[in-house]
Design a protein around this ligand. Sequence first.
Ligand code: GDP
Ligand code: MG
Length: 439
Amino acid sequence: LGTRISNALRKLQNATIIDEEVLKECLGEVTKALLQSDVNVNYVKRLRDQVLLQVNVESDAAGTNKRKLIQRAVVGELQSMLESEKKPYQMKKGKINVVMFVGLQGSGKTTTCAKYAYNYLRKGWRVGLVCADTFRAGAFDQLKQNATRIKVPFYGSYTETDPVKIAQEGVEYFRSQNYDLIIVDTSGRHRQEAALFEEMEQVEAAINPDEVIFVMDSSIGQSCYDQALAFKKSVKVGSVIVTKLDGHAKGGGALSAVAATESPIIFIGTGEQFDDFEQFEAKSFIRRLLGLGDIDRLFSVVQEAIPKEKQPELMNKISQGKFSLRDMYEQFQTVLKMGSISQLMSMIPGMNSGLLEKGNEKEGIARIKRFMCMMDSMTDDELDGKSSMVPSRITRVARGSGTSVREVTLLLEEHKRFAKMVGKMGKMSLGKANDMQNF
Ligand code: GDP
Ligand code: MG
């Protein structure tokens, strides 16, 4: 979906004049893409009307760039589609919060329960996990393993076959100990579909959760809307977590889930590890969906990770498009400190270097450490870009760091690429980017 919409927007670039016809054609393609992703037709109509209205009103002003206007309007409307009017349940510390997870088998429920638990654990909450999936063999073991890894107490049974009973007992157990957050994982499959929904209703009635979270796999495509609707009809879905949004521009289904459940997305899952989990932000999401990168978020991540006194300097450099080997060294330090590299990289437009590819993180980290080792063998002037790396110096650095000429050359190439990217980001942060192709 993201690709199709951004293609439609990109076509605007090739049109010599932007007239009514070109605009309608572009919007036609955008709406078609949305409809085919099962986004509710009323939402799609609203998007179309809103964009037309905005463009017509604003383009009368002198000096407006119509292409940019249309792009901005489409992105803005997609964003508001994702921002459900309903507010998610507000977790209250100092009170017992009971949260029930629902979703089809394989959607990532059990994994997400652990990620969600971990998220609150890190904030100092007392969290307990309850396994009310008695259908799938090994369900309890899986939850137990996850819980043990993040050091969260769990409740479940190998012999009890009644999920309602376990859910009730588990919640009761953690309640009696005054836990802040009790998470109930449920089954996602049954011999018959109707039986699954019936079971969800019964579990819900038995534990009376403060919040029901619907977990949806973003890669299931067309069936998102129906699936979300089916759960919404049987239980009080209050919010949504979309999983498997790792790196690539998928996720049109998220729009459908919001439309079907009329509930906000609260988090997204971006991998199999416990910290591959992000607070949902509509703007970031849409921009990544359309492959526009995500400068705002990148800046906020950088801001969190870089010492305050260093920030103005770095931002300044980025906006001037300057990036020395020393800056790269510092970036690497930051990245190593923050752990999840692929997550950071997906925020950078056009960043798909094999160096930091998803699933290759261990290797990526080892390479980054080697690169830093090479940079340790360079002089200050070389690090600051005041003297260039001539072949004889490359040989020396390779020898000094116990690496090879080939590897040092690779580092320099990698640096060039980074610097170019930072140059682009600089333009963007100054608002000089004229269109999406410059991104
Ligand atoms: P459940 O049947 O709904 O409980 O789903 P599971 O939690 O067992 O997850 C099914 C599979 O999806 C497992 O292999 C998980 O590791 C994987 N998974 C869950 N969330 C994500 C995610 O955000 N990204 C990726 N790549 N895999 C995920
Ligand atoms: Mg499960």
